[in-house]
Design a protein around this ligand. Structure first.
Ligand SMILES: Nc1ncnc2c1ncn2[C@@H]1O[C@H](COP(=O)(O)OP(=O)(O)OP(=O)(O)O)[C@@H](O)[C@H]1O
Length: 217
């Protein structure tokens, strides 16, 4: 199982100011790490760097001791990102969004269909499977994106504010599923504003204006 480490990383966008400064953290298999902090603190930036989407200005992100080169390299290492804006194809159905991702990941079509049905069911979306994403509610779309991320069974799962539009029942369901992923052996990172959600995670990293402090390890 994968171990993700961030070592003295600083990031800026283009020539802009530094938005993360000297951040170091280790994400261990079997754990859920909450990344907390106010809006603009740098949570998404940190997750994008962990996903191989952003290149650090200084420092390094490594997976199993190997410096992460780019997004393709991260995908090879089974680093899955559930983005804040859900990243779904709006004119495909909920089920098609999962199947396309699974088939692209090398899963045979019949198996992809089974995995899709099971995962949508876990998220309470069995009756929405054949609905177009653009016709789903915001919370249903968010749960579809979570289902897609879970169905891929990554070694590292990066979930960016994925419970922001969910009611209490669904929020708890998603938290339980993220902890199930950790029990399966995945290293899970969960960015959230919500202190209650963060308190339910084993480890917590708190960002303040781009600097990180470990709350629980
Ligand atoms: N593409 C970009 N170009 C330039 N600056 C950016 C870009 N994306 C983010 N930033 C800046 O980086 C800082 C951190 O943003 P980030 O989105 O990582 O914060 P966040 O903690 O995820 O916020 P939120 O909780 O509102 O999603 C902010 O000051 C933001 O303006």
């Amino acid at each position: 199982m994968q171990m993700l480490t961030v070592d003295e990383m600083s990031i800026s966008y283009g020539d802009g100011p530094v938005v993360l400064r000297d951040v170091s953290v280790t994400v261990r298999p079997g754990r859920v790490l909450a990344v907390t902090g106010a809006s603009g603190a740098g949570k998404t930036t940190l997750l994008h760097a962990m996903a191989g989407l952003l290149r650090p200005r200084d420092g390094v992100v490594s997976v199993d001791g190997q410096p992460l080169r780019d997004r393709d390299h991260a995908v090879e290492h089974r680093i899955v990102l559930i983005p804040q804006d859900n990243g779904l194809a709006p004119i495909l159905t909920a089920a098609e969004n999962l199947q396309v991702a699974l088939v692209a990941d090398g899963v045979a079509a019949p198996q992809a269909r089974r995995q899709t049905a099971t995962t949508l069911d876990h998220l309470g979306l069995a009756t929405q499977a054949d609905q177009l994403v653009e016709e789903l509610s915001g919370g249903q779309q968010q749960r579809t994106a979570i289902a897609r991320g879970l169905a891929l069974r990554g070694g590292v799962l990066l979930a960016d504010e994925v419970t922001s539009e969910l009611d209490a029942g669904n929020r708890q369901r998603v938290l339980d599923l993220l902890h199930d992923e950790a029990r399966r052996g995945a290293a899970v990172v969960f960015a959230t504003h919500d202190p209650e959600v963060a308190a339910a995670c084993e480890a917590e990293l708190h960002l303040v204006e781009g600097r990180a402090e470990v709350v629980r390890d």
